[in-house]
Design a protein around this ligand. Structure first.
Ligand code: ADP
Length: 615
């Protein structure tokens, strides 16, 4: 075949390729695409493929003896540049799909593709056009081959990149989908065919033909924007449906859980209204109190779960005395056991460090959940509470286990134990109060504290829950405090307290509670009235201030009070805004103290003792 014919074939193939890649680019770029790392690299691949083809045609057209050598050199070197660039981008592409398949994160690669493209484009242009020389050989006035450092460099870069491609595919061969091998195999086969043709004397440059075919195959095998878009839409739809179902489940669960204690409160209140026997009234009032406590536990549980799910639950590390924490837990459990025929064994490690650093409030919550469950789900027998430790340097691993001889958990349920709202053996547990939130919260808290929780249980025989949590040891001697003689008597009779709350029932509850201490109370239902009372010169020993009030909040009222000359009455935030961290917020605002609603009598007494007791 004559050189002229070969040249015509080459140009024709290149022009067909240009048309082909042009249509592909039009199809690809006019479609809505999902923004993935793969897509960003593919964008650049199509562009460099198209530019490379144009340079190739220009080079063929200019490659005749007698034409300006600078133009021939320039078009050929530009062609080399985009050849190498395409090969380089192809390698990046392979690395991206391999890293995705192997779940290795390549940070910010999708944002850097543009930068990568520009940097390497500049690099190749500099090397090929300005540094490395090239020389040409002509036959019958037609350029038939090129040689020189520029040509060698291009071959070297392409060979290295092809080897890297093959290596990456080989490493990730098990993870990458089979379809993704197709473009690379096509590429390697076509390159080999072209090399053979070249050595057989068919001097066709045509490196761009395999390149174009690979770009085309990639569009179908890996890059299917429509399919990807649909896939992502489906995933998003599924997630939205799941979230919606979870919300509905949550609401129906909660409605049921909240109605149970409410039913008791409502029912017993109606009975009390008609009852004359004071003993029966007191009994029923006690039942109302128990139901209210349950309701409060449910609300706190919901708050905890919602905070955990919103990633808002923080572990607040402070210094604490572990011995005190465990002793308190023992007392609380003994109170829960009450009259139940349960033996309660306690073994707390003797060498427990005096001080540890950690979130003891959450630690207490974790252990109390386990101990409470043990009491709830054990009718008779024994509950064993063990605290062991392992010390290493300044870290103390607390190994806490709670063992019971209760109803036990079926093996198939153990895995579901830490899922929220899961309760088992409902027919057996009909009379046991619970929401199925306790263990879900416990597990999340243990995870947040980087600990571990394990369960062993034999159905019908009993269960053992073991928690391991690391805490930092604080090395210091126990402070020997000169014990102040504590005054346990409340001497608050005749003191005057102003209660500020927009809710009349809340005012009534606070007023009644305070009246039991013979305290004189005055009630106002807004911040404005409170300020007026003070401005009118009324004197009080203490102000209990609700926060969430219409028009003027408790915090705003408090700020205004502080501006009144000579104002020095202690103000206590008394609010149902009781999520974790609120106490600290109110104290930061300047309130003297904080009591959450519903009012705990012990808390109220603590505050009264602090601010009203006669010295
Ligand atoms: P709750 O006790 O409020 O139902 P939890 O999340 O604390 O919720 O517990 C979930 C379920 O796990 C319980 O309903 C009970 O069926 C089972 N369970 C938990 N602790 C024990 C235990 N010590 N013995 C037997 N079953 C238990």
């Amino acid at each position: 075949m004559s050189i002229g014919t070969l040249k015509v074939i080459s140009i024709t193939i290149s022009i067909i390729c240009i048309m082909f890649i042009g249509i592909l680019a039009m199809l690809y770029f006019t479609k809505r695409r999902v923004h993935t790392k793969e897509n960003s690299v593919y964008d650049a691949l199509i562009i460099s493929n198209a530019v490379c083809l144009v340079c190739e045609v220009l080079f063929y057209l200019s490659g005749f003896e007698g034409n300006d050598v600078r133009i021939i050199d320039f078009t050929e070197k530009l062609y080399f540049t985009f050849n190498c660039l395409w090969m380089f981008l192809h390698t990046v592409y392979i690395i991206v799909i391999a890293s995705d398949a192997m779940e290795i994160k390549i940070a910010n690669l999708n944002y850097n593709v543009k930068k990568l493209f520009i940097t390497f484009c500049t690099f190749f242009i500099t090397v090929f056009i300005f540094i490395l020389p090239i020389s040409h050989k002509y036959e019958d006035g037609i350029l038939i081959s090129s040689s020189g450092a520029s040509m060698n460099f291009m071959f070297m870069v392409c060979m290295i990149l092809i080897i890297v491609n093959i290596l990456v595919i080989f490493i990730a061969r098990k993870n990458i989908e089979k379809a993704k091998f197709k473009p690379l195999i096509t590429f390697v086969v076509l390159i080999i065919i072209e090399m053979v043709l070249n050595t057989l004397g068919f001097k066709l440059l045509l490196f761009t033909l395999p390149m174009t075919l690979v770009t085309f195959i990639m569009y179908h095998t890996i890059e299917n924007p429509d399919a990807k878009m649909l896939e992502q839409l489906n995933i998003a739809k599924d997630q939205a449906e799941k979230a919606n179902n979870a919300k509905t489940d949550f609401l129906s669960n909660m409605s049921h859980e909240i109605r149970t204690p409410l039913n008791a409160i409502d029912g017993f209140s109606q009975l009390i209204l008609e009852e004359k026997d004071i003993k029966v009234i007191k009994d029923e009032a006690r039942d109302i109190m128990t139901a209210s406590q349950n309701l409060l536990e449910i609300v706190n549980g919901i708050l905890d779960i919602s905070k955990i799910e919103a990633n808002k639950l923080e572990i607040v590390k402070v210094e604490y005395e572990p011995k005190k924490v465990f002793e308190e837990l023992v007392k609380l459990t003994q109170a829960r056991i009450g009259e139940k025929p349960l033996e309660f064994k306690v073994n707390i490690a003797k060498d427990l460090p005096l001080y540890l650093n950690g979130d003891y409030v959450r630690l207490k919550q974790i252990v109390l959940n386990l101990l409470t469950n043990a009491v709830k789900y054990t009718k008779k027998g024994m509950i064993e509470f063990n605290v062991d430790i392992v010390k290493k340097d300044d870290v103390c691993r607390l190994i806490i286990s709670v063992k019971d001889t209760g109803i036990g958990i079926k093996e198939e349920n153990i895995n579901k134990l830490f899922t929220k709202f899961e309760r088992f053996d409902s027919e057996k547990n009909l009379t046991i109060e619970g929401t199925g939130l306790g263990l879900a919260i416990t597990k999340k808290l243990v995870d947040l504290m980087n600990g571990k929780i394990v369960v062993k249980s034999v159905y019908g025989k009993g269960s053992t829950f073991t928690v391991a949590i690391d805490q930092k040891i604080i090395a210091k001697k126990k402070e020997v405090k000169v014990k102040e003689k504590e005054d346990n008597n409340l001497k608050v009779k005749g003191k005057k307290v102003l209660i500020v709350d927009d809710n009349l029932i809340n005012l009534k509850v606070a007023e009644r509670l305070l009246s039991t201490y013979k305290i004189t109370t005055e009630c106002v239902s807004s911040g404005f009235d409170c300020i007026k009372k003070i401005e009118d010169g009324n004197k009080y020993d203490l102000i209990l201030m609700d926060d969430m009030m219409p028009k003027m909040s408790g915090v705003e009222t408090f700020k205004k009070l502080q501006k009144i000359e000579g104002f020095d009455i202690p103000v206590i935030a008394l609010t149902a805004n009781a999520i974790a961290g609120m106490k600290e917020n109110y104290l930061k605002e300047g309130f003297n103290d904080y009591i959450s609603k519903p009012i705990d009598k012990k808390e109220l007494e603590r505050v009264l003792k602090t601010y009203l007791n006669d010295k």
